[in-house]
Write a protein that binds this ligand. Structure first.
Ligand SMILES: [Zn+2]
Length: 263
């Protein structure tokens, strides 16, 4: 199994799992990976060791029962021991469990989004609108566009300037590092397609900036406008103008005739 094979397994599992919990990788699986691969993926930040299990599949009976793990702590004469008590067959009883089998590694959508944002050297705080992670603004030669990460079925997809590309297609991985294909992605930024579904409407953008301002204020951030300007790679007056437009819109109820006419 190459780094690329493992990367594919990892990303597909994240895409296929509940966003909050993400994907789990158990010792029983990762012990079969080639030497050093687990350490490598931990080092680059794609896998994090999670809480050890408190339940595990019984390897005493043949019924694959899942049993709570009991731990006998270390004493003067015995090391710590982990075991389960199988209740499926009465000739089995206690089954000793190797501590390694309790270990597991996790990758959530958020961790994957952070990992990808770091490859772009984006510094803005990540946010998730509906199904899209907004990673940051990518500057091409001529244009600038937001980069989104979306999970769709088994795939993680990068959306930029109306182009959709599988994350696996733009992640370049070798033995000591993982990079993102910036050249290809900046090319997308400079040749936006007509159907730019990653393009926000002006009002959606104003609303998003206002929501961000409120979130920052509630976190106690005082120079929120400046922070938003940095996150969005926008000028400070522009940030203020867009937020004010959203605030004004909230204050003014839509004109009755306009709404009847569907304008
Ligand atoms: Zn059992």
């Amino acid at each position: 199994m190459s780094n690329r094979d493992l990367l594919q397994i990892i990303i597909e599992r994240v895409a296929n799992n509940a966003p909050a919990h993400g994907a789990f990788f158990y010792w029983d699986e990762v012990k079969n990976w080639p030497d050093g691969k687990l350490a490598y993926f931990e080092k680059i930040g794609l896998l994090k060791e999670a809480q050890p299990f408190n339940e595990i599949e019984c390897n005493g009976c043949e019924e694959n029962c899942i049993m709570p793990v009991s731990i006998n702590p270390v004493t003067n004469s015995t090391p710590a021991r982990a075991f389960i008590v199988c209740d499926k067959r009465n000739d089995i009883g206690r089954v000793k469990i190797a501590f390694d089998r309790l270990k597991n590694w996790q990758l959530t959508e958020l961790l994957l989004a952070q990992f990808v944002a770091k490859l772009f050297e984006f510094t803005q705080q990540l946010s998730k609108d509906a199904d899209s992670w907004r990673l940051g603004m990518l500057q091409g030669q001529k244009h600038k566009a937001p980069v989104l990460l979306v999970f769709d079925g088994l795939a993680a997809v990068i959306k930029v300037a109306g182009h959709n590309v599988s994350l696996l297609e733009v992640l370049l991985i070798d033995d000591d590092q993982c990079r993102i294909d910036l050249k290809k992605l900046k090319g997308f930024v400079d040749s936006p397609t007509g159907l730019a579904d990653s393009k926000e409407s002006a009002e959606a953008r104003q609303d998003r900036l206002l929501a961000r301002k409120r979130a920052l204020k509630s976190e106690g951030v005082r120079n929120f406008n400046q922070q938003i300007a940095t996150e969005e790679a926008m000028s400070l007056p522009n940030v203020k103008k867009l937020i004010k437009a959203a605030e004004d819109r909230e204050k003014t109820p839509p004109n009755k005739w306009m709404s009847i006419l569907g304008m």
